[in-house]
Design a binder for this molecule. Structure first.
Ligand code: MLT
Length: 407
Protein backbone atom coordinates (compact mmCIF):
# COMPACT_ATOMS: atom_id res chain seq x y z
CA UNK A 1 0.00 0.00 0.00
CA UNK A 2 1.45 3.32 -1.03
CA UNK A 3 1.24 5.66 1.93
CA UNK A 4 1.49 9.41 2.02
CA UNK A 5 3.78 11.70 3.96
CA UNK A 6 1.30 12.37 6.80
CA UNK A 7 2.98 15.68 7.54
CA UNK A 8 1.18 17.10 4.52
CA UNK A 9 -2.12 16.55 6.34
CA UNK A 10 -1.01 18.98 9.04
CA UNK A 11 -0.76 21.85 6.55
CA UNK A 12 -3.39 24.52 6.28
CA UNK A 13 -5.77 23.81 3.39
CA UNK A 14 -3.95 25.76 0.69
CA UNK A 15 -1.00 28.04 0.12
CA UNK A 16 -1.92 31.61 1.10
CA UNK A 17 -1.59 33.19 -2.33
CA UNK A 18 -3.50 30.36 -4.05
CA UNK A 19 -6.28 30.85 -1.52
CA UNK A 20 -6.42 34.58 -2.25
CA UNK A 21 -6.38 33.96 -6.01
CA UNK A 22 -9.39 31.63 -5.65
CA UNK A 23 -11.32 34.23 -3.65
CA UNK A 24 -10.53 36.92 -6.21
CA UNK A 25 -11.62 34.64 -9.05
CA UNK A 26 -14.94 33.94 -7.30
CA UNK A 27 -15.47 37.67 -6.68
CA UNK A 28 -14.71 38.50 -10.31
CA UNK A 29 -17.10 35.84 -11.56
CA UNK A 30 -19.90 37.42 -9.50
CA UNK A 31 -18.89 41.01 -10.30
CA UNK A 32 -17.65 41.00 -13.90
CA UNK A 33 -18.10 44.77 -14.21
CA UNK A 34 -15.65 45.55 -11.36
CA UNK A 35 -12.10 46.23 -12.49
CA UNK A 36 -10.15 44.61 -9.66
CA UNK A 37 -6.84 46.24 -8.68
CA UNK A 38 -4.35 43.72 -7.30
CA UNK A 39 -2.11 44.92 -4.50
CA UNK A 40 -1.97 41.47 -2.92
CA UNK A 41 0.82 39.14 -4.01
CA UNK A 42 4.11 40.95 -4.55
CA UNK A 43 4.20 40.40 -8.30
CA UNK A 44 5.94 43.02 -10.41
CA UNK A 45 4.09 44.71 -13.27
CA UNK A 46 6.81 46.70 -15.08
CA UNK A 47 8.49 45.07 -18.10
CA UNK A 48 12.04 43.72 -17.99
CA UNK A 49 14.76 46.39 -18.33
CA UNK A 50 15.92 47.07 -21.91
CA UNK A 51 19.45 45.89 -21.06
CA UNK A 52 18.07 42.50 -19.97
CA UNK A 53 15.83 42.18 -23.00
CA UNK A 54 18.73 42.88 -25.39
CA UNK A 55 20.90 40.27 -23.64
CA UNK A 56 18.01 37.80 -23.61
CA UNK A 57 17.42 38.23 -27.38
CA UNK A 58 21.03 37.85 -28.27
CA UNK A 59 21.37 34.69 -26.13
CA UNK A 60 18.32 33.22 -27.86
CA UNK A 61 20.03 33.92 -31.20
CA UNK A 62 23.11 32.06 -29.95
CA UNK A 63 20.89 29.07 -29.18
CA UNK A 64 19.63 29.16 -32.78
CA UNK A 65 23.11 28.78 -34.25
CA UNK A 66 24.92 25.44 -34.33
CA UNK A 67 28.25 27.15 -33.56
CA UNK A 68 27.04 28.88 -30.40
CA UNK A 69 24.29 26.50 -29.24
CA UNK A 70 24.55 25.26 -25.64
CA UNK A 71 23.02 22.23 -23.96
CA UNK A 72 23.21 21.62 -20.22
CA UNK A 73 24.97 24.38 -18.35
CA UNK A 74 26.66 24.06 -14.96
CA UNK A 75 24.02 23.37 -12.28
CA UNK A 76 25.47 26.11 -10.04
CA UNK A 77 25.19 28.71 -12.80
CA UNK A 78 27.53 30.11 -15.42
CA UNK A 79 30.71 31.78 -14.19
CA UNK A 80 29.92 34.95 -16.14
CA UNK A 81 26.90 35.52 -13.87
CA UNK A 82 28.40 34.24 -10.59
CA UNK A 83 31.41 36.52 -11.01
CA UNK A 84 29.25 39.60 -11.61
CA UNK A 85 27.12 38.74 -8.55
CA UNK A 86 30.12 38.31 -6.25
CA UNK A 87 31.73 41.53 -7.45
CA UNK A 88 28.68 43.81 -7.54
CA UNK A 89 26.39 42.51 -4.79
CA UNK A 90 29.03 41.63 -2.21
CA UNK A 91 32.66 42.71 -2.73
CA UNK A 92 31.59 46.25 -3.67
CA UNK A 93 29.94 46.48 -0.22
CA UNK A 94 32.90 45.03 1.64
CA UNK A 95 31.30 41.58 1.98
CA UNK A 96 33.80 38.80 1.37
CA UNK A 97 31.90 36.45 -0.96
CA UNK A 98 33.45 34.66 -3.94
CA UNK A 99 31.90 33.56 -7.22
CA UNK A 100 32.26 29.87 -6.34
CA UNK A 101 30.11 30.38 -3.22
CA UNK A 102 27.09 31.40 -5.36
CA UNK A 103 24.45 28.90 -6.50
CA UNK A 104 22.23 30.31 -9.27
CA UNK A 105 18.68 28.97 -9.20
CA UNK A 106 15.17 29.56 -10.50
CA UNK A 107 13.82 31.31 -7.41
CA UNK A 108 14.27 32.30 -3.81
CA UNK A 109 10.96 30.62 -3.01
CA UNK A 110 12.39 27.25 -4.08
CA UNK A 111 15.73 27.86 -2.37
CA UNK A 112 14.28 29.05 0.95
CA UNK A 113 11.87 26.11 0.77
CA UNK A 114 14.48 23.51 -0.18
CA UNK A 115 17.41 24.46 2.01
CA UNK A 116 15.95 22.89 5.15
CA UNK A 117 16.30 19.45 3.50
CA UNK A 118 19.95 19.25 4.49
CA UNK A 119 19.26 19.56 8.23
CA UNK A 120 18.21 16.97 10.78
CA UNK A 121 14.48 16.38 11.05
CA UNK A 122 14.68 17.06 14.78
CA UNK A 123 16.38 20.45 14.32
CA UNK A 124 14.62 23.11 16.39
CA UNK A 125 13.44 25.83 14.03
CA UNK A 126 12.69 29.46 14.84
CA UNK A 127 10.59 31.54 12.49
CA UNK A 128 9.31 35.07 12.88
CA UNK A 129 5.56 35.57 13.16
CA UNK A 130 4.28 36.99 10.82
CA UNK A 131 6.36 35.23 8.17
CA UNK A 132 6.56 34.36 4.48
CA UNK A 133 4.59 31.06 4.61
CA UNK A 134 7.14 29.04 2.60
CA UNK A 135 9.62 28.81 5.52
CA UNK A 136 6.99 27.39 7.82
CA UNK A 137 5.14 25.09 5.41
CA UNK A 138 8.30 23.40 4.13
CA UNK A 139 9.36 22.58 7.70
CA UNK A 140 5.89 21.19 8.37
CA UNK A 141 6.19 19.01 5.25
CA UNK A 142 9.59 17.79 6.47
CA UNK A 143 8.06 16.66 9.78
CA UNK A 144 9.70 19.21 12.08
CA UNK A 145 6.42 20.17 13.75
CA UNK A 146 3.51 18.61 15.55
CA UNK A 147 -0.14 19.42 14.93
CA UNK A 148 -1.61 22.84 14.21
CA UNK A 149 -3.41 24.22 17.23
CA UNK A 150 -4.85 27.65 17.79
CA UNK A 151 -2.99 29.18 14.84
CA UNK A 152 0.40 27.64 15.57
CA UNK A 153 2.33 24.43 14.96
CA UNK A 154 3.57 22.54 17.98
CA UNK A 155 7.33 22.22 18.11
CA UNK A 156 8.03 25.40 16.12
CA UNK A 157 9.61 28.34 17.94
CA UNK A 158 7.78 31.50 16.94
CA UNK A 159 9.53 34.86 17.16
CA UNK A 160 6.81 37.47 17.59
CA UNK A 161 7.20 40.58 15.44
CA UNK A 162 4.80 43.12 16.81
CA UNK A 163 4.39 46.87 16.98
CA UNK A 164 5.87 46.68 20.52
CA UNK A 165 9.24 45.54 19.13
CA UNK A 166 8.96 47.55 15.88
CA UNK A 167 8.56 44.23 14.06
CA UNK A 168 12.13 43.16 14.88
CA UNK A 169 11.82 39.97 16.96
CA UNK A 170 13.74 39.36 20.17
CA UNK A 171 16.35 36.60 20.24
CA UNK A 172 14.80 33.19 21.01
CA UNK A 173 14.21 32.52 24.69
CA UNK A 174 14.85 28.78 24.19
CA UNK A 175 17.80 27.20 22.34
CA UNK A 176 17.18 26.85 18.60
CA UNK A 177 19.21 25.37 15.74
CA UNK A 178 17.87 27.04 12.63
CA UNK A 179 16.63 30.63 12.35
CA UNK A 180 14.82 32.22 9.42
CA UNK A 181 15.20 35.98 9.02
CA UNK A 182 14.02 38.24 6.19
CA UNK A 183 15.02 41.90 5.86
CA UNK A 184 13.64 44.17 4.46
CA UNK A 185 10.84 42.08 5.84
CA UNK A 186 8.04 40.37 4.03
CA UNK A 187 5.30 41.04 5.16
CA UNK A 188 5.90 43.87 7.67
CA UNK A 189 8.28 45.98 5.56
CA UNK A 190 10.56 46.41 8.60
CA UNK A 191 14.29 46.81 8.03
CA UNK A 192 17.12 45.87 10.34
CA UNK A 193 20.22 47.85 11.33
CA UNK A 194 23.74 46.40 11.30
CA UNK A 195 23.80 46.40 15.11
CA UNK A 196 20.52 44.46 15.32
CA UNK A 197 21.66 41.95 12.72
CA UNK A 198 24.99 41.52 14.52
CA UNK A 199 23.07 40.32 17.61
CA UNK A 200 21.65 37.45 15.54
CA UNK A 201 25.05 36.54 14.11
CA UNK A 202 26.51 36.50 17.63
CA UNK A 203 23.62 34.36 18.84
CA UNK A 204 24.13 31.84 16.03
CA UNK A 205 27.85 31.59 16.83
CA UNK A 206 27.27 31.16 20.53
CA UNK A 207 24.49 28.57 20.14
CA UNK A 208 26.04 26.70 17.17
CA UNK A 209 22.91 27.67 15.23
CA UNK A 210 22.48 28.71 11.59
CA UNK A 211 20.68 31.70 10.05
CA UNK A 212 18.80 31.46 6.75
CA UNK A 213 18.72 35.09 5.65
CA UNK A 214 16.24 36.06 2.94
CA UNK A 215 17.38 39.31 1.28
CA UNK A 216 14.99 39.20 -1.69
CA UNK A 217 13.97 42.81 -1.10
CA UNK A 218 17.43 44.39 -0.61
CA UNK A 219 17.13 46.50 -3.78
CA UNK A 220 14.50 48.66 -2.05
CA UNK A 221 16.92 49.82 0.64
CA UNK A 222 17.63 53.53 0.27
CA UNK A 223 19.02 54.19 3.74
CA UNK A 224 22.73 53.62 3.13
CA UNK A 225 23.35 52.80 6.80
CA UNK A 226 21.25 49.61 6.53
CA UNK A 227 22.88 46.29 5.60
CA UNK A 228 21.88 44.80 2.23
CA UNK A 229 23.60 41.54 2.98
CA UNK A 230 24.14 39.62 6.21
CA UNK A 231 27.77 39.21 5.11
CA UNK A 232 28.31 42.89 5.86
CA UNK A 233 28.29 41.69 9.48
CA UNK A 234 31.57 40.36 10.78
CA UNK A 235 31.62 36.61 11.32
CA UNK A 236 28.43 35.96 9.35
CA UNK A 237 30.17 33.74 6.79
CA UNK A 238 30.37 30.84 9.24
CA UNK A 239 26.78 31.03 10.45
CA UNK A 240 24.57 32.36 7.63
CA UNK A 241 23.18 31.40 4.24
CA UNK A 242 21.75 34.23 2.13
CA UNK A 243 18.99 34.10 -0.49
CA UNK A 244 18.65 36.70 -3.24
CA UNK A 245 16.36 37.07 -6.21
CA UNK A 246 16.18 38.96 -9.50
CA UNK A 247 12.37 38.83 -9.23
CA UNK A 248 11.72 42.02 -7.31
CA UNK A 249 15.04 43.64 -8.26
CA UNK A 250 14.75 43.38 -12.01
CA UNK A 251 11.22 42.20 -12.78
CA UNK A 252 12.07 38.48 -13.13
CA UNK A 253 9.00 37.00 -11.40
CA UNK A 254 7.94 35.38 -14.67
CA UNK A 255 11.47 34.91 -16.04
CA UNK A 256 12.85 33.11 -12.95
CA UNK A 257 16.35 33.70 -11.70
CA UNK A 258 17.73 33.89 -8.17
CA UNK A 259 20.73 32.76 -6.20
CA UNK A 260 21.81 31.41 -2.84
CA UNK A 261 25.12 32.15 -1.15
CA UNK A 262 26.72 29.31 0.78
CA UNK A 263 30.15 30.42 2.04
CA UNK A 264 32.81 27.73 1.97
CA UNK A 265 33.34 27.95 5.74
CA UNK A 266 29.65 27.97 6.73
CA UNK A 267 29.09 25.04 9.04
CA UNK A 268 26.53 22.78 10.66
CA UNK A 269 27.33 19.69 12.75
CA UNK A 270 27.02 15.93 12.49
CA UNK A 271 25.53 13.75 15.24
CA UNK A 272 28.90 13.63 17.03
CA UNK A 273 29.21 17.41 17.02
CA UNK A 274 31.85 17.57 14.29
CA UNK A 275 31.54 20.52 11.93
CA UNK A 276 30.34 19.75 8.39
CA UNK A 277 30.69 22.36 5.65
CA UNK A 278 27.30 23.23 4.19
CA UNK A 279 28.76 24.28 0.86
CA UNK A 280 29.55 20.66 0.02
CA UNK A 281 26.16 19.39 1.13
CA UNK A 282 24.22 22.06 -0.75
CA UNK A 283 26.36 21.49 -3.81
CA UNK A 284 25.51 17.77 -3.64
CA UNK A 285 21.81 18.50 -3.24
CA UNK A 286 21.71 21.21 -5.92
CA UNK A 287 23.60 19.21 -8.55
CA UNK A 288 21.44 16.15 -7.88
CA UNK A 289 18.04 17.81 -7.97
CA UNK A 290 18.52 20.86 -10.21
CA UNK A 291 19.75 21.24 -13.76
CA UNK A 292 20.50 24.93 -13.95
CA UNK A 293 18.73 28.08 -15.09
CA UNK A 294 18.47 28.47 -18.86
CA UNK A 295 21.36 30.20 -20.64
CA UNK A 296 19.29 33.12 -22.04
CA UNK A 297 17.84 33.84 -18.58
CA UNK A 298 21.31 33.90 -17.02
CA UNK A 299 22.52 36.26 -19.75
CA UNK A 300 19.50 38.50 -19.04
CA UNK A 301 20.36 38.44 -15.33
CA UNK A 302 24.00 39.27 -16.08
CA UNK A 303 22.84 42.40 -17.91
CA UNK A 304 21.45 43.73 -14.62
CA UNK A 305 25.08 44.49 -13.69
CA UNK A 306 25.92 46.50 -16.82
CA UNK A 307 25.96 50.28 -16.56
CA UNK A 308 22.66 50.51 -18.40
CA UNK A 309 21.15 47.60 -16.45
CA UNK A 310 22.08 49.05 -13.05
CA UNK A 311 20.49 52.38 -13.93
CA UNK A 312 17.36 50.65 -15.22
CA UNK A 313 16.86 48.44 -12.17
CA UNK A 314 17.36 51.42 -9.88
CA UNK A 315 14.58 53.09 -11.90
CA UNK A 316 12.32 50.07 -11.34
CA UNK A 317 12.71 50.01 -7.56
CA UNK A 318 12.37 53.83 -7.44
CA UNK A 319 9.07 53.48 -9.29
CA UNK A 320 7.65 50.97 -6.81
CA UNK A 321 8.98 52.99 -3.87
CA UNK A 322 7.00 56.02 -5.10
CA UNK A 323 3.90 53.78 -5.07
CA UNK A 324 4.81 52.64 -1.55
CA UNK A 325 5.14 56.24 -0.37
CA UNK A 326 1.71 57.05 -1.79
CA UNK A 327 0.11 54.03 -0.08
CA UNK A 328 1.77 54.96 3.20
CA UNK A 329 0.58 58.56 2.92
CA UNK A 330 -3.01 57.77 1.94
CA UNK A 331 -3.57 54.92 4.39
CA UNK A 332 -2.09 57.01 7.23
CA UNK A 333 -4.32 59.93 6.21
CA UNK A 334 -7.30 57.55 6.36
CA UNK A 335 -6.46 57.04 10.04
CA UNK A 336 -4.61 53.72 9.91
CA UNK A 337 -1.46 52.89 11.84
CA UNK A 338 1.01 51.91 9.11
CA UNK A 339 4.59 50.67 9.00
CA UNK A 340 7.00 49.61 6.25
CA UNK A 341 6.83 51.29 2.85
CA UNK A 342 10.28 52.83 3.27
CA UNK A 343 13.21 50.71 2.13
CA UNK A 344 10.49 48.18 1.30
CA UNK A 345 7.68 47.65 -1.22
CA UNK A 346 5.28 46.42 1.49
CA UNK A 347 3.07 48.48 3.80
CA UNK A 348 1.80 46.76 6.93
CA UNK A 349 -1.45 48.21 8.16
CA UNK A 350 -3.26 47.73 11.45
CA UNK A 351 -6.92 47.40 10.49
CA UNK A 352 -8.19 46.86 14.00
CA UNK A 353 -10.51 44.14 12.70
CA UNK A 354 -10.29 40.54 11.56
CA UNK A 355 -7.73 40.40 8.71
CA UNK A 356 -9.88 38.36 6.34
CA UNK A 357 -12.88 40.61 7.08
CA UNK A 358 -10.77 43.64 6.17
CA UNK A 359 -9.58 41.82 3.03
CA UNK A 360 -13.20 41.08 2.03
CA UNK A 361 -14.33 44.62 2.77
CA UNK A 362 -11.66 46.15 0.53
CA UNK A 363 -12.36 43.66 -2.26
CA UNK A 364 -16.16 44.03 -2.14
CA UNK A 365 -16.39 47.77 -1.52
CA UNK A 366 -13.30 49.05 -3.34
CA UNK A 367 -12.41 46.24 -5.75
CA UNK A 368 -8.88 46.26 -4.29
CA UNK A 369 -7.06 43.04 -3.43
CA UNK A 370 -4.63 43.12 -0.50
CA UNK A 371 -3.15 40.32 1.61
CA UNK A 372 -4.73 39.52 4.99
CA UNK A 373 -2.07 39.67 7.71
CA UNK A 374 -3.44 36.55 9.42
CA UNK A 375 -2.26 34.54 6.39
CA UNK A 376 1.31 35.23 7.55
CA UNK A 377 0.77 34.00 11.12
CA UNK A 378 -1.03 34.62 14.37
CA UNK A 379 0.74 37.95 15.00
CA UNK A 380 -0.53 39.14 11.60
CA UNK A 381 -4.12 38.97 12.78
CA UNK A 382 -5.74 42.41 12.62
CA UNK A 383 -3.31 43.57 9.88
CA UNK A 384 -3.35 43.71 6.10
CA UNK A 385 -0.36 43.97 3.80
CA UNK A 386 -0.55 46.27 0.77
CA UNK A 387 1.99 45.69 -1.97
CA UNK A 388 3.39 48.55 -4.04
CA UNK A 389 3.84 46.34 -7.10
CA UNK A 390 1.43 47.80 -9.63
CA UNK A 391 1.29 50.84 -11.90
CA UNK A 392 1.29 54.27 -10.24
CA UNK A 393 -2.10 54.96 -11.88
CA UNK A 394 -3.60 51.80 -10.37
CA UNK A 395 -2.17 52.56 -6.95
CA UNK A 396 -3.65 56.08 -7.13
CA UNK A 397 -7.00 54.67 -8.20
CA UNK A 398 -6.90 52.01 -5.46
CA UNK A 399 -6.18 54.63 -2.79
CA UNK A 400 -9.07 56.81 -4.02
CA UNK A 401 -11.43 53.84 -4.02
CA UNK A 402 -10.38 52.76 -0.52
CA UNK A 403 -10.85 56.31 0.84
CA UNK A 404 -14.31 56.39 -0.72
CA UNK A 405 -15.26 52.92 0.53
CA UNK A 406 -14.20 53.67 4.10
CA UNK A 407 -15.99 57.01 4.34
C1 MLT B 1 4.65 37.82 -1.66
O1 MLT B 1 3.70 38.45 -2.11
O2 MLT B 1 4.80 37.62 -0.45
C2 MLT B 1 5.66 37.31 -2.62
O3 MLT B 1 5.40 37.75 -3.90
C3 MLT B 1 5.65 35.87 -2.66
C4 MLT B 1 6.83 35.34 -3.39
O4 MLT B 1 7.77 36.07 -3.73
O5 MLT B 1 6.84 34.14 -3.60
Amino acid sequence: MIRINENYLKLQASYLFSDIAKRVQAFQAGNPETEVIKLGIGDVTMPLPDACIAAFHSAVDEMADQKTFRGYGPEQGFDFLREKIAENDFKSRGADINADEIFVSDGAKCDTGNFQEIFATDAVVAIPDPVYPVYLDTNVMAGRTGEHNDGRFQGMVYLDSTRENNFIPELPSVPVDLIYLCFPNNPTGASVTKEELARWVDYAKKENALILFDAAYESFIRDESLPKSIYEIEGAREVAIEFRSFSKTAGFTGTRCAYTVVPKNCRAFDASGNPVMLHELWSRRHTTKFNGVSYPVQRAAEAVYSEQGSAEIKGLSDYYLINAALILEKMSAAGFECSGGKNSPYIWIWGNMDSWKFFDLLMQKAGVVVTPGAGFGKCGEGYIRISAFNSFENVQKAMERIAQALK
